[in-house]
Write a protein that binds this ligand. Structure first.
Ligand code: GLA
Length: 725
């Protein structure tokens, strides 16, 4: 059993194949974190881990000497009020106004597998789970910390359950999912920041004393920061060094912080953002936090990412399609924007015949009076001016041409100019009578209101149940402002953001179960909600509204730090590119897009015969390499954040097959030798490379490298490897 409790020393050992997490019940029942890192023996850490006294670190009641202070003890789930001045993991307010808590060991149990996290997306298929119950003796409040172990992939999933057993209501004002104190501060913090059309750029900065964090206050995980961060040693590279990674399975307001104290302890925390959050908990009720996914490796960033990829590919979400090859899609957004009608769609669909594309997705503009983005969100009925015979002839036309049909929705939104808003202005998030903001001329529906949830279940089911729709692109094109719900009483207003998420998850759960054959794709102005919460229900996300292959190098590379490539939708778009105006060779666009869930975002009516042939080759090639993209281990080789080029590769789990891609950003004059070193191969195996003449040993390719010819702007190369028996 990977979870052991040694009663003599009151110590818990949580072991995965390559890591150990160790903590123990300390004086009076406080939990002392002893270790999290590379797997070690179960010796007696109690003698090694001694804490010494420090001035101005207060001693808790009954402490036997001055070293016994919560300000000094590394712990698992710190509280406020008892002398630990660093950030707590939990804060509550009792009816008498007191905010004091003192959590001590109460009991524990070890379970096979892993219980469900009610109402929240979560990993499944863990080997075992430790539930550690802590109690505040004074009030009776309990907190159950849950640790689920995934031995083979070095993942620990953590969450907390706050149980009100106090006999009176209370307010939870902070409820993080996980907190860990690491006994060093010489880390870099890595995170992913960005903006619309420039998502998930890599940030890596040395920690300083004090708190540093990534967070969202936008009601969505956001383009601006992603709910992932890592603490890594200064010398950590892609292939070596310590990396502590944390990702939150949540799509709303979050925070991930690292707090370095005066003694160079780093407190690493993540969970729901306490900013503008509180939750009223009646007596007998529980509050369950979202799940945090934690991993440690001493093998560098690629291994850290592979651990996340394995967790999200094999243990997250809708079981039927989570590890399946995704359809090749053509989406009409950049082909037509709002300007289409039945005839034009027929022409586009007919023109796709024989290209090897699986699904045609009709994007924005098919409903209400939607000729532009100022109206009709909420009115999910077909626009009869554009599509006089409804969706069915479009669907039939797709099927006649060998494709299935997908449809775009933006369910969480309402336009002021819509029948829905005219009927139910109170369903939009805002405060009646107070001027409110709009974003893309629209408001956000108040999903904290159960009536809105019911309306959306029905509106979406009506469309999905009555048409043969195999694919849904689910968009979300603005963030929350004016956070006020007409459905919540005054003292529950700060619950709006989390209630919104819970009901969004309930809606997605309902639709997933009712329409199990529909593949859902997430989107939020591109990758504004690219998080593990959304991936639970929608196993891929439109990675960015920037479809330019060269911009996508950074966006997809950055995204891969936490999320597997198969979860990223990437399409070949027109050249010059619509966002950047850049002209990029077809094969470079193809190589970048094929390293993800692949498709097209262009007008097939504009293709030359030569380009049509090229597309046929691309779709045939993608069908060949898609199993590698889906199941293979992904390695980042050259970072576009550091260099003028970028390279990556996929290696099959048995190491017999691999595909590597190299892309040059700007060409550099007088550069006669450019080497790319492959990774993850069997050093002793011989591989044939389709694009090169000859056979090579794995160790040659990994250590001596492949010399690339000189390349001009935006040129690229790929290498397809097959082991020779
Ligand atoms: C967002 C999406 C795009 C497209 C448009 C439609 O920006 O990211 O892909 O669907 O909305 O309005």
């Amino acid at each position: 059993m990977p979870i052991t409790f040694v009663p003599e020393t009151q110590t818990f050992y949580l072991d995965t194949d390559n890591t150990s997490a160790i903590f123990r019940v300390y004086d009076q029942g406080y939990i002392l974190t002893e270790y999290w890192g590379k797997r070690i023996h179960h010796a007696d850490l109690t003698r090694l881990q001694k804490v010494y006294a420090s001035g101005f670190s207060p001693n808790y009641p009954g402490a036997v000497d001055r070293s016994w202070s919560l300000d000094l003890i590394p712990t698992e789930y710190p509280v406020y009020g008892g002398g630990d001045y660093r950030s707590p993991a939990v804060q509550v307010q009792f009816p008498d106004g007191s905010r004091l808590l003192d959590l001590k060991y109460h009991s524990h149990r070890v379970l096979e597998g892993k219980p469900e996290l009610p109402g929240l997306p979560h990993l499944d298929g863990a080997d075992c789970t430790l539930e550690l119950t802590l109690c505040d003796d004074y009030s009776g409040l309990e907190v159950v910390l849950s640790y689920s172990l995934f031995e083979k992939i070095d993942i620990i999933a953590r969450s907390a359950r706050i149980c009100n057993k106090t006999g009176a209501p209370l307010k939870v004002t902070r409820a993080l999912s996980a907190s860990i104190d690491l006994p060093r501060a010489d880390f870099d913090m890595m995170g992913l920041y960005g903006a619309h059309i420039r998502e998930r750029q890599l940030d890596r900065t040395p920690l300083r004393h004090g708190i540093q964090s990534v967070e969202s206050r936008r009601g969505a995980s956001s383009h601006q920061h992603n709910p992932f961060a890592a603490l890594v040693s200064r010398e950590t590279t892609e292939f070596s060094g310590d990396a502590y990674g944390a990702a939150l399975i949540y799509s709303g307001n979050f925070v991930i912080s690292a707090e370095v104290d005066s003694f160079d302890t780093t407190r690493f925390q993540l969970g729901i953002n306490p900013f503008d959050f509180s939750w009223k908990l009646e007596d007998g009720e529980e509050f369950v936090t979202p799940e945090a996914v934690m991993t440690y490796t001493d093998q560098g960033l690629n291994r850290m990412s592979q651990n996340f990829h394995n967790a999200f590919r094999h243990h997250l979400g809708h079981t039927r399609i989570r590890n399946k090859v995704r359809p090749i899609v053509i989406n009409n957004w950049e082909a037509t924007y709002f300007d289409f009608d039945e005839e034009k769609l027929f022409d586009i669909i007919d023109c796709c015949k024989g290209l090897g594309i699986d699904t045609f997705v009709l994007d924005d503009g098919w409903f209400g009076k939607r000729y532009n983005d100022v109206c009709s969100l909420g009115d999910w009925v077909v626009n009869k001016d554009k599509l006089p015979h409804g969706l069915d002839p479009i669907i039939e036309r797709c099927e006649q041409n060998g494709m299935s049909f997908g449809l775009w929705f933006e369910p969480e939104m309402v336009s002021e100019d819509s029948d829905l808003y005219r009927a139910h202005p109170e369903w939009a998030i805002h405060k009646e009578g107070r001027p409110f903001c709009t974003g893309r001329c629209q408001l956000v529906l108040d999903l904290a209101n159960p009536e809105v949830l019911e309306y959306l279940k029905k509106a979406l089911s009506d469309v999905l149940a009555n048409h043969r729709i195999s694919y849904v692109k689910w968009d979300m094109n603005r963030h929350i402002t004016d956070a006020y719900s007409s459905a919540l009483p005054a003292d529950r207003q700060p619950e709006i953001y989390h209630r919104y998420m819970l009901n969004l998850y309930a809606l997605l759960d309902y639709l997933n179960k009712r329409f199990p054959d529909v593949a859902f794709e997430g989107c939020s102005g591109g990758g504004g909600r690219f998080d593990a919460g959304m991936l639970y229900y929608m196993p891929q996300t439109w990675t960015s509204d920037d479809s330019d292959a060269i911009e996508r190098l950074k966006i997809q590379y950055g995204t891969s730090f936490a999320y597997p490539p198969q979860c990223m939708t990437a399409h070949i778009s027109a050249s010059p590119n619509h966002q950047m105006g850049r002209v990029t060779p077809y094969d470079t666009r193809a190589r970048v897009a094929m390293s993800a869930s692949f498709g097209y975002e262009l007008n097939p009516l504009h293709l030359t015969d030569e380009e049509r042939e090229e597309i046929k080759n691309q779709t045939a090639r993608y069908k060949k390499i898609a199993p590698l993209v889906t199941e293979g281990d992904f390695y980042r080789l050259i970072s576009p954040f550091d260099r003028n080029c970028c390279a990556w590769m996929f290696v099959s789990p048995d190491k017999r097959r691999a595909v590597a891609v190299y892309v040059q950003k700007l060409g550099v004059p007088a550069w006669p030798r450019n080497l790319v070193y492959l990774a993850g191969l069997n050093p002793d195996a011989r591989y044939r490379i389709e694009e090169m003449d000859g056979e090579f040993y794995g160790d040659e390719l990994m250590h001596a490298g492949i010399a690339l010819p000189w390349m001009g702007d935006f040129q690229s190369a790929s290498f397809t490897l097959e082991q020779i028996d």
